[in-house]
Design a protein around this ligand. Sequence first.
Ligand code: AMP
Ligand code: GLY
Length: 426
Amino acid sequence: MKVLIVGGGGREHALAWAISKSPKLTKLYVAPGNAGIADVAECLDIQAEDIKAICAAVRDLKIDFVVVGPEGPLVDGLADKIEAMDVAVFGPSAAAAQIEGSKGMMKDLLAKYDIPTADYQRFDEPDAAKEYIRVKNHPVVVKADGLAAGKGVILSHTLNEAYAAVDQIMIEEAFGSAGNEIIIEEFMIGEEASFFALCDGVRAVPLAGAQDHKQVHDGDHGPNTGGMGAYSPAPVLDAAMEKRVMDEIITPTIDAMAKEGTPFKGVLFAGLMINEDGPRVIEFNCRFGDPECQPIMTRLKSDALEMLHAAATGRLDEIKLKWHTEAALTVVMAAKGYPGKYKKGTPIRGLHNANAIDGVHVFHAGTAVDENGGIIATGGRVLGVSAMAKDVASAQQKAYAGVDAIDWPDGFCRRDIGWRAISRDD
Ligand code: AMP
Ligand code: GLY
């Protein structure tokens, strides 16, 4: 099979690395890829958002199967366009991708089918939103309806914070047109986990669970990021909880989407809040999480290409997934200043020293090769130093040994990735 992966982050490096091991693969392309992805695939100079150029490449290179990494092109209809060319694609249609593209639509679907999530209301003007906040009079979360690159969510503990959040999104337009409509929802308490299920339109198969670390600093302090590190499995998602998530959330959602005429194909990523009452949906995404995809692909024993292709072609009943029983953990190294302003083009050395450690693998998220052949940082999140070992604590130790082998003075990372799982075991 000739395969094209769309995207160029740590998630896509993990997917490319896993797919490159498949005996079914004849040639792997990634658009646009990055310096690390170039070790396992041919990178095409095409941006993930450039749907026209991607379709042209699919035609010219006679691609058999396209795997779409990020949500943007899916919401914009890339999967529909590729299917119309009679080429298999992993990722939902534009209509099904609305589960991530419109938080309001997602909440209405969950409410209609009685799937557990926070209480909410949708608003398209600020005064009614503020009146709702005043009457509710407890902590709320204010969310922009549309895609806001992982931002667009403001946790508000007081009335004034909540009013200010409404103004920031609707009047100051902090997230642009994504905030033309907002959702105000109940502030849920519990432990967060990321749950991934492969879906083929009618069936859903659970992948490994994971936990992410959204805040930029140790101890979960500081502003939210796209994710500073992740590990799999997540102790909170034990076998009993996984069954509840499948029965109470994933299967009903897949059934609901099929019933609504927008069957979901690809990976359904449920951000969950778990407490003594069970799991509830925080949000849905229509793609793999990043960095979560990195520890998950590290633990996957089955053929990744076969697995994704089965989901894309409605044959999930034919596959049985196998996992390494060990834990995998990824530490994200980011450019100093991230998630705020940061420098680009700073040199990174010592990657081979990290990769030489047994069980350590460095995925690239934002790198390029400079004119002297050296690796430079080109993004906010730049590397995902991943390791697999017998448990989360050992995987953490190994991953930080990898981090310490890397010489990148302009980068930083959290030093406590995995703390929640490790403190449970103590
Ligand atoms: P989202 O982009 O919807 O995942 O939100 C970003 C982060 O905000 C989540 O990972 C949670 O930590 C937090 N969050 C979102 N919605 C809620 C909620 N209703 N209650 C508590 N925390 C929330
Ligand atoms: N790590 C969270 C996300 O990919 O949205």
